[in-house]
Every structure is written in structure tokens, then in C-alpha cells.
Design a protein around this ligand. Sequence first.
Ligand SMILES: Nc1ncnc2c1ncn2[C@@H]1O[C@H](COP(=O)(O)OP(=O)(O)OP(=O)(O)O)[C@@H](O)[C@H]1O
Length: 356
Amino acid sequence: MTDTLTEPVTDTPAGPDRPGGLATQGLSVGYRARPLRGRGAGRAVLSGLDLRARAGELTVLLGPNGAGKSTLLRTLCGLLPPLDGRIRIGGADLAHQPPAALARRLAVVLTDRVDPGLLSVRELAGLGRHPHTGFTGRLTAADHAAVEWALKAVGAEHLASRPAAELSDGERQRVLTARALAQEPEVVLLDEPTAFLDVPSRVALTVLLRDLARDKGLTVVVSTHDLELALRVADAVWLVDRDSRVHAGAPEDLIHSGAVAAAFDADHLAFDPASGTFGLRRTARAGVAVEAPPDMLPLLERALAREGLALTDPGDPAATTRVGCEGADRFTLTGPDGRVVHTHGFHELTRTVRTW
Ligand SMILES: Nc1ncnc2c1ncn2[C@@H]1O[C@H](COP(=O)(O)OP(=O)(O)OP(=O)(O)O)[C@@H](O)[C@H]1O
């Protein structure tokens, strides 16, 4: 399912591709053996990659810990030399691009700690403009406007005058993303940009990156462990599986092929292809007959599953426990021995059935 660098630009059936984008051909990424150790050519983490991130799309890189996501992103931005193969940005070979030209086309946010020294947030974001400034490095009005826009886009304009060294992890992550956007590149590579963000901010940043890709024709590649969010928002996914194979396609392609489940299912975690969400594997020890309004059923199912009880039909004669709902969060429990207990709230409910 992977795209190749040589894939022709097509206007059927998928519609015309925008020019630009990022593509790899036969790419191997990894680490060369140190000369002193003198042990061969080094270790490939991922090999034979024929991948394509399209302009105008958010491509999300997924995979378990240690799968090689950071190694791939570092190679794509030129920080690590490829062990083999080629990388093209907008059709031009990465290896042949002068650093100054590359800096205008490609922005990167990695997970490395950045020491901002005495810079303010605005000045730190302003560093993103340097590939565009002249010899003096002085920012023009247009540069300042780009910085203000980028800070606003990531919801960090209120931080602009603060010393960057004082930022929280999540605030710093936003500002570094703003620095990359201020650069106005063709391609943006971000390694776990949502790692330190709270849930609403994760959603906001991921949607922002997708919208920027679409509205401005950017090529955006983001690694993340936010699987469900990525599968909902991303236009395309590169998924590294446990055997170091990379699957590429729309999220639904990889859900449908079983690649998502194969990469992440574990002892306690199971992927549900119908909803595109992960859930805890449940091994019910008994059934519980529940009579409750429909809006309470999902919450009761969650709470009781934690206690090893699976919901059954209210009329099920085999159910040893019964739960009735009286109003908002008041429950009547009938235990296996016929004992009746009235509880208030889900915590009392679960603590009670745990003792039965
Ligand atoms: N500098 C290095 N030298 C040698 N091996 C390295 C180096 N950095 C990482 N590795 C190894 O390369 C493999 C891939 O690591 P990488 O950091 O790319 O994974 P990742 O998918 O980004 O993981 P995570 O989700 O935990 O951040 C791992 O086995 C790691 O130990």
C-alpha cells in the first residue's frame, strides 16, 4: 500500500496532486557503527521505505516505542544521513540542497530540549524567520507579522512577552511549533508536538496542523502516540508495525487492513475497528442484569466492566446480580444472595459489587 517516488502525478481516480510534498525511495534509516567499534555498516532501524507525504495533507507517523519514528524524522530533515536511498522535497534531492535553501523550505520541531537563554517568547518564535532575513538578520514588518500570526495560530500570543526559559513544557511546545510555522516552510516535520499538551490543546493543535496543510498547501508530517486523535484527524498515516514494516494509507485503509490492531493490540488493550477506538480487554466473571435509562447504560457498562461484570438483558434469569437506576445516580443493587442495597453515585456502586 506504500506510494513510491516514481508514482506518476495522476488526475484519476484520486484527483490531481498538489506540487511539492516529500517522498522517499528505497530509504534506510538508522545509526552507523562508530569507527572505533569497527563493526560493519551500522544498524538499520527501518529499511526499504518508499513513502510519500503529499502537499496539502497532514501525514501522521505512528508506531510503538522504539519503532523508529524519531530516527525517520531526523533523517527526513537531514540531521541523520540515510543509510541508503533518497529523499526528495518538492522534487529536489535533499542531499543536493544547500543548507540555506533547505532552511527556507523545511521546518522541524524535535523532542530535544531547547535552551532559549534570555530570549522572550516572541524572539524565540522570531528565530523561525532567520532563513528569510538578510545579512543583518533584522526582521521586517512582514517578518513580525508572520511571527504574530504563528503565535496566535498555536494559541500562544498571550505568552509573547514572557521569558521563554520560564515556560511550562506544554507552553514551550506551542512556541516551538509557532517558530516552525513562522518559518513559512513548504514542509513541516514535528516529533510528538502534542506530547506535553492537555487534551483540548492536543485536539486544537492537531486540527490546526491539518487545516494549515489544507489551506496553505503545506506538507505536514507529525509523529504522535495520540492514536485515536491521529486516526480521526490525519489525512494519511505511516504506521510502523512490530516487524519494522511501514504501512501507508488513509487511517481507514490501515484500520480495514488490520494493521492498526496488529501494531497496538496488547494483553490489556484491544482496537475496535468499528469505532476506531482502543478499549480495555474485558474478561467478565459474571453477568449483571441492568435496568436503566439509555443514557446511563454506557456509563454503567464501563463501571461494571471494571469489576468483571458484563451487562445482560434485564430479563436474563442467569444473571446473579441486578442493578436498577432510580434517578440521576441512585442505584438499587440486588446481590446473588437476594440482598438489596441502595447506593448513591458510581463509586458506591462499584465498591459494593466488588465485595460480592
Ligand atoms: N543515537 C542512537 N544510536 C543508536 N541507536 C539509537 C540512537 N537513537 C535511537 N536509537 C535506537 O533506534 C531505535 C529507534 O529509536 P527511535 O527513537 O527512532 O524510536 P521512536 O519510534 O521515536 O520511539 P519513541 O516512541 O519511544 O519515541 C531504538 O531501538 C533506539 O534504541
